[in-house]
Design a protein around this ligand. Structure first.
Ligand SMILES: Cc1cc2nc3c(=O)[nH]c(=O)nc-3n(C[C@H](O)[C@H](O)[C@H](O)COP(=O)(O)O)c2cc1C
Length: 374
């Protein structure tokens, strides 16, 4: 049987040679926002390693409060020239790449938090948001966004999308997961607004998608990353039932999103009772849009889960025993693509080795090596 992981797929004008996506992973090597020169080789090696689609780690859009960390790459100003060079190298190696465009809002997990106070839908990030051993002091000093702030952030996302299109990226991914700003609007615990952006928690996300569409092209791929969990609250839920999830996503679909990247800490966990479907499975079935599933793929079951404090310091060994489960779900149409995080940081050639059957040559995620832009 042909391996469903290696089946080609299209997203609008974008042709992917397989179903393997490099999950967005910030590398924190951009002092003052300028990506280190080593980023180009880091992504080129993943393109040479036959990753179907690379999503960059979170990048800060051009709004004064968008960064969550002073070493997060910027996606505005002079760093755009560096990004253009990265795109060129990835394309020359036969790959495809989209930037993850982000606004941190009151996300409070930085090692080197910016000095300006964060902004959010209701100003306060909830207690506990700064748990995590290496985390900074948290962002409990946040300010409530005015309507002018909301307009400015939407405009900054649209400008970043236009810049991504202009410098040759293959699409964009909007970061609406893990407690970042857009997720703070989607979540009832952090969105306590009584205006239109509170009555309709999807409105902010939908307006961002629509503005990115208007700033680019009718068929420029727009991906949006979602998660129920937050970095510091694994039980958090945007939606408790499929009906609630459908209602939350409908305005974002209407706004013109092309694909939902559904982040889970373990891909195989059912999202709601009485069905084996994971988050990507539910989102696909409720919206009709293609989806990406991920979390723990290519890694031993004993490896840590995203959000755990020691994840960046703990080895994760290679395991492929669950790939048949992934293949069956792909073949059934539960979701369309899979994202791998640490597996691809550990081994740039993971996808090529899979195609060639070189399973025993796959390298593990070793923090000392794998977090060094290798
Ligand atoms: C070093 C590192 C940095 C990450 N940075 C981001 C990020 O910038 N944006 C994002 O949406 N997720 C980020 N993640 C989460 C990953 O995209 C992925 O969802 C998570 O690692 C689970 O996948 P895995 O089990 O295959 O590693 C990061 C994960 C790691 C390990």
């Amino acid at each position: 049987m042909h391996d469903p992981l290696l089946a080609p797929m299209t997203i609008g004008p974008l042709s992917l040679p397989n179903r393997i996506v490099m999950a967005p992973m910030g590398q924190g090597r951009a002092p003052g926002g300028l990506p280190d020169a080593a980023y180009a080789g880091f992504y080129r090696r993943r393109a040479e390693g036959e990753i179907g689609l690379i999503v960059t780690g979170a990048t800060a859009i051009g709004h004064p409060r968008s960064s969550f960390d002073d070493n997060e790459p910027h996606f505005h100003g002079s760093p755009l020239d560096t990004w253009a060079g990265i795109v060129e190298e990835v394309h020359a190696a036969g790959g495809r790449i989209v930037p993850q465009l982000a606004h941190a809002g009151l996300q409070g997990l930085a090692m080197n938090p910016p000095t300006l106070p964060g902004i959010g839908p209701s100003g306060v990030w909830l207690p506990g948001a700064q748990v995590g051993a290496e985390a900074g002091p948290g962002r409990e000093d946040g300010q409530v966004m005015t309507l002018a702030d909301i307009d400015a952030v939407i405009e900054a996302f649209a400008r970043a999308a236009a810049d991504a299109h202009r410098v040759g990226f293959d699409g964009i991914e909007i970061h609406a997961a893990h407690g970042f700003l857009i997720d703070q609007f989607l979540w009832s615990r952090t969105n306590r607004r009584s205006d239109a952006y509170g009555r309709d928690r999807s409105r902010f996300a939908a307006e961002i998608v629509a503005a990115c569409r208007a700033a680019t092209h009718a068929d420029f791929p727009i991906l949006l990353r979602l998660s129920q969990f937050k970095m510091t609250d694994y039980a958090a839920r945007l939606a408790n039932t499929p009906t609630e999830l459908a209602e939350l996503l409908a305005p974002i679909v209407d706004a013109g999103v092309d694909l939902f990247d559904c982040s889970q800490r373990r891909f195989f966990r059912p999202e709601f009772p009485d069905s084996p479907l994971n988050l990507a499975g539910w989102v696909r079935s409720l919206t009709g849009k293609p989806t990406i599933a991920g979390g723990g793929i290519g890694l031993a079951k004993t490896s840590l889960e995203y959000g755990e404090a020691n994840i960046y310091a703990t080895k994760a060994t290679v395991a492929l025993d669950h790939l048949d489960d992934v293949r069956e779900r792909l073949a059934r149409g539960e979701f369309d693509l899979v994202s791998l995080g640490r597996a691809i940081l550990g081994d740039a050639a993971w996808a090529r080795k899979l195609r060639l059957g070189q399973f025993d040559q796959m390298e593990p995620f070793e923090p000392q090596i794998s977090l060094g832009l290798n």
